[in-house]
Ligand binder design. Sequence first.
Ligand SMILES: O=C([O-])[C@@H](O)[C@@H](O)[C@H](O)[C@@H](O)C(=O)[O-]
Ligand SMILES: [Mg+2]
Length: 433
Amino acid sequence: MSTPAKDLTITDVRLTPVLVADPPLLNTQGVHQPYTPRLIVEVETAGGHTGVGETYGDTKYLELARPFADSLPGRRVSDLNGLTELAGQVSVAARRVETGVDVGGLRGVQTAEKLRLSVLSGFEVACLDALGKATGMPVHALLGGRVRDRVEYSAYLFYRWAEHPGGAGEPDGWDEATDPAGVVRQARRLADEHGFTSFKLKGGVYEPEEEIAAVRALAEAFPGCPLRLDPNGAWSVPTSLQVADALRGTLQYLEDPASGTPAMAEVARAAGIPLATNMCVTTLGEIPEAFFQGAVQVVLSDHHYWGGLRATRELAALCRTFGVGLSMHSNTHLGISLAAMTHVAATVPNLDYACDSHYPWQTEDVLTSRLAFRDGHVTVSDAPGLGVTLDPDRLAVLHERWLSDDGTMRDRDDAAAMRVASPAWVTPNVPRW
Ligand SMILES: O=C([O-])[C@@H](O)[C@@H](O)[C@H](O)[C@@H](O)C(=O)[O-]
Ligand SMILES: [Mg+2]
């Protein structure tokens, strides 16, 4: 007797680490490496459906993902709550958690639980994709249905060089942007190519005065368009307040001006601009202090941080309860994650702001066709699952690159990448200004 196509039992899980070309984007910790690690998760069911997911691919995530993958065969892709329970059982080596912050200080505090949740998110998305394919339902329908048919994204502007030191990595045809004119040129091209009408500048790279000038230049070039600035906690409280004074009325929100909830709360009391974060509120445990102190007015959700699409909806409910706004954070990612972000964003009524996405900076993908932004939006797919198709050849090429790497690129390290250009570079202490 043949297996029914709706048999949801997991028979196999494939993990494929890849290295994806990344341009020399600058942030307060350094610069992006020529290649960044991602992990592609494929979950196969007895019914013959394969679901795909994507998450961080650094070594510590891979070490967690492998035992997790081994424990899945025999379970059903519909057992999503069981996945969360299982994630709690995967042990994390203490040396992997350190006591510090994630990715050189860009993604908030690093905990064993957060590592597990990031790994879990890739598996949850793959299970939802397989479940959707088996039942003929799009992922947004599995989450309760979409409340919008397209999701708005903002242009994610970065100070950057034209190329990596020594021409390493893959050329991407973008000019350098190291001053206000360069930032406006970059914004113009992103707006022309993708139709974005809101803009976020990654700051914390140059003196605050220079970044204020860049935001003012953007305001002049794109009148009425929402603007945001994010120095990843690089400023002291007084510097944050000076910037807030200079840009009050110009910024839609100021993202992580200072590091840590107490400093953010102090800034929030006097800034007169909403403060957003993807650094001081990245776990449920961080919510009470931040919300009760009024430290943040907008939380940037991210299904990789929070443990998947359903957990993102739980975060949305908490934000709604406390009258805190919701936006969406992004790190370097491929089309699988963009599709997942779009599905969950489509289901959240209180997603009040255009979402962030690094995707326009990625020239490579593992999909047969890349997702497109039209008028700054991604259309929500009604095809079964995520509505994307993995391209095995493209996946193999990016995996081959991971296999042949000597280890230098397998863990994201923006400070190390900066040392290639400036050997004396050390990760700046916070506050930097
Ligand atoms: O990729 C970067 O350079 C960003 O700085 C990223 O690492 C941050 O996590 C993120 O985009 C943010 O909004 O803070
Ligand atoms: Mg941020």
